[in-house]
Design a protein around this ligand. Structure first.
Ligand code: SAM
Length: 275
């Protein structure tokens, strides 16, 4: 077994971080092939992978979905401002890198409430000279605070692309999810978009549900799976028009090639537009 010190030696000492409790940002980083995790994260990640072998493919499909969605926003949708809530640890193709490749003047605000993500925020603040990146240490359950502070960087009277990938599953109750997403979309300009990706049980059924139950026994913060239907209802409830192809396995959302599609994964995603 790899002992903790071997892969923890390079991690910063971070106030508020509990290395003994598996944590969403770090376990996700482990599945993505990163190095920002502790022994407890690895143990939990490996246990979940035994129950749900697709989880690594899910995490990777989610990041590729992020790239395609951000390219869509910066290109076809013509949006130059981004609010990335539940950013995660920096990895390859972070939102500002994808957006600024197409639009060097893109302005990006990252939001996360994890102390290790905050400690690594500098890696997210490498903007082009024409653009801007900013980081907010904030909880998504406070959408007004997020928008008030993001308004220092983003013009909320112009369309904003909001990405909430792999984070809405940490909102346990549907009414809370409607409140948070509703408030975010209410305060941004018409023409704004919201992208969500989310754990579902559409493909792997009981395996996915058991993986979430395992996570909730020892991991933090807790999460829920939602069905495709629940996610469609969420877009509808907050008044967004769901763009084609709707809520689908995120590797089927406008894939780069349709000739050979990868197997569907239980991370579903969709994009809605505020009319
Ligand atoms: C599974 S990771 C997803 C990271 C990234 N968005 C992606 O798709 O690769 C979930 C992220 O959401 C963050 N998160 C969880 N609960 C949050 C909350 N209440 N407010 C803000 N961020 C939160 C975690 O810290 C973590 O970085």
């Amino acid at each position: 077994m790899i002992v903790a010190e071997q892969f923890e030696a390079h991690l910063p000492s971070v106030p508020g971080l509990d290395p003994n409790v598996a944590n969403s940002a770090r376990v996700w980083d482990y599945w993505l092939g990163g190095h920002q995790y502790y022994e407890a994260d690895k143990v939990m990640a490996d246990e979940i992978e035994k129950v749900l072998p697709d989880i690594v493919a899910q995490a990777r499909a989610d990041r590729l979905f992020l790239s395609r969605v951000v390219e869509f926003f910066a290109g076809e949708a013509g949006i130059g401002q981004f609010l990335d809530i539940g950013t995660g640890l920096p990895t390859s193709s972070n939102t500002h890198e994808v957006a600024q490749r197409l639009r060097p003047d893109a302005r990006v605000v990252y939001v996360d409430n994890d102390p290790l993500v905050l400690a690594h925020a500098r890696a997210l603040l490498t903007s082009t000279p024409q653009g801007v990146t900013a980081y907010l240490d904030a909880d998504m359950h406070e959408p007004d605070r997020i928008l008030d502070e993001a308004a220092a960087t983003l013009d909320l009277d112009r369309p904003v692309a909001i990405t909430m990938l792999g984070v809405v599953w940490h909102i346990m109750e549907d009414d809370q999810a409607r409140r948070i997403l509703g408030r975010l979309t209410e305060r941004v300009a018409p023409g704004s978009h919201l992208a969500i990706s989310h754990q579902t049980d559409e493909i792997t059924g009981e395996r996915a549900r058991e993986a979430v139950r395992m996570w909730n026994r020892d991991g933090t913060p807790p999460g829920v799976w939602r069905s495709r239907r629940q996610l469609e209802d969420l877009f509808d409830a907050v008044g967004l028009e769901l763009l084609e192809p709707g809520v689908v396995s995120c590797n089927r959302w406008r894939p780069e090639t349709v000739e050979i599609l990868p197997d569907e994964v239980d991370q579903f995603g969709g994009v809605g537009r505020k009319p």
